[in-house]
Design a protein around this ligand. Structure first.
Ligand SMILES: NC(=O)c1ccc[n+]([C@@H]2O[C@H](COP(=O)([O-])OP(=O)(O)OC[C@H]3O[C@@H](n4cnc5c(N)ncnc54)[C@H](O)[C@@H]3O)[C@@H](O)[C@H]2O)c1
Length: 334
């Protein structure tokens, strides 16, 4: 039986239950699943565990030569618990003959629901109203409805599409921007592809579902905020560095836009003294968009399926397999 060591989750009754469930499911797929939660993350423990396993289920911490150089030849596969892989050095992994995969789509519902929650809450000034009540005042801050508005989705992949599906009940005009156009999904959900300019200048609500990379670094910056509608809201559940946080702070502070929702930050954990925490018109959550019981279970289960398929010699879904060139290194005898 191949051993799959998992670092995701923390010691709590819910994660204990989910990991017992995963262990049972893994056995049915011929995998020995061992859970070694890393809270706090301990690089020594991670290296030791990976050297005693055939595969690892990893979280958002950096995985590069600092870890790969210390691995023996046993571990052949790393599975990212989730989708974003910006902290994994794929080139270095390939050089070590290590396959890296991700659990695409498994958490799309959790993230899409959070994006919708934030779009609604930002529009209705929920945080502003809550702070008003907390301070003993009874002031009614008037919000905006989402029904019938123009919504822009940046990144029409698994999560962007899941959000468009949720929005079908809201009679919105939904436009999307993506370098790879899924015309079938767009047609089915009545979504029109457009450019970023139309989204930034005309949408009432914008939700970001792009990966973080060189092209998306600070994609949303002061220039963008300057052209957005004054009543617009912006939500980002993708990656922090896609947004210039200083520019967002200025835009919210000066009421250049109406509100925002962030689940991800340039630096995580978000420093307690971040100026963003001083604003009333922003909803801040600690990278929890995919943290629903259902999405976490789907992700553990999919990770086990990927590991089982990999060791059974089945081809992985190209959307999940991140470094197909790892095989070249294997051919060289690593
Ligand atoms: N907050 C969370 O808990 C959480 C959970 C899951 C995913 N995420 C983030 O959300 C992102 C989206 O997840 P997903 O499952 O929808 O991924 P996905 O791969 O299914 O979709 C991403 C889409 O972005 C498009 N894209 C890539 N680069 C682009 C560019 N430069 N310009 C325009 N479009 C581009 C791709 O073509 C694809 O359609 C992930 O990359 C991840 O960083 C966050």
């Amino acid at each position: 039986m191949h051993k799959f060591v998992s670092f995701f989750g923390e010691r709590s009754p819910m994660f204990e239950e989910l990991n017992q469930k995963t262990e049972v499911y893994a056995k049915t797929r011929g995998i020995e699943y061992v859970w070694v939660p890393q809270v706090p993350y301990d690089v020594e423990s991670v290296v030791q565990c990976l050297n005693e396993a055939d595969a690892g289920l990893i979280d958002v911490e950096p995985y590069d030569d600092r870890i790969f150089n210390r691995l023996n030849d046993r571990c052949k596969l790393l599975v990212r618990f989730g989708v974003g892989f910006d902290k994994v050095d794929l080139k270095a992994a390939s050089a070590h003959g290590l396959c890296v995969a991700r659990t695409t789509g498994a958490n799309k519902t959790g993230v899409a629901e959070m994006a919708l929650t934030m779009l609604l809450a930002a529009g209705r000034q929920v945080m502003v109203n809550r702070n008003t009540v907390n301070s003993g005042k009874w002031v009614k801050n008037v919000g905006r409805e989402l029904i019938g508005k123009k919504v822009g989705i940046l990144g029409f992949g698994n999560i962007g599409i899941a959000l468009a599906k949720l929005l079908t009940g809201f009679d919105c005009e939904v436009v999307a921007y993506d370098i790879c156009k899924n015309e079938v999904a767009a047609k089915a959900l009545n979504v029109r592809f457009t450019d970023m300019e139309e989204i930034f200048t005309t949408c009432d609500a914008i939700s970001v579902h792009l990966p973080y990379n060189a092209q998306t670094d600070h994609l949303i910056n002061a220039e963008v905020f300057a052209k957005m509608k004054k009543d617009a809201v912006l939500v980002c559940t993708a990656r922090g560095k896609i947004i210039d946080e200083d520019a967002l702070y200025d835009a919210l502070k000066n009421h250049r836009i109406a509100g925002a929702g962030l689940d991800v930050y340039a630096t995580e954990p978000l420093p307690a003294d971040s100026p963003l925490t001083k604003l009333a018109n922003i909803i801040l959550t600690p990278h929890v968009s995919s943290q629903t019981y259902e999405s976490i279970w789907n992700t553990y289960k999919k990770a086990v399926d990927i590991a089982a398929d990999f060791f059974e010699g089945r081809a992985l879904d190209p959307a999940d397999l991140l470094n197909p060139d790892y095989k070249e290194r294997l051919k060289e005898g690593k």
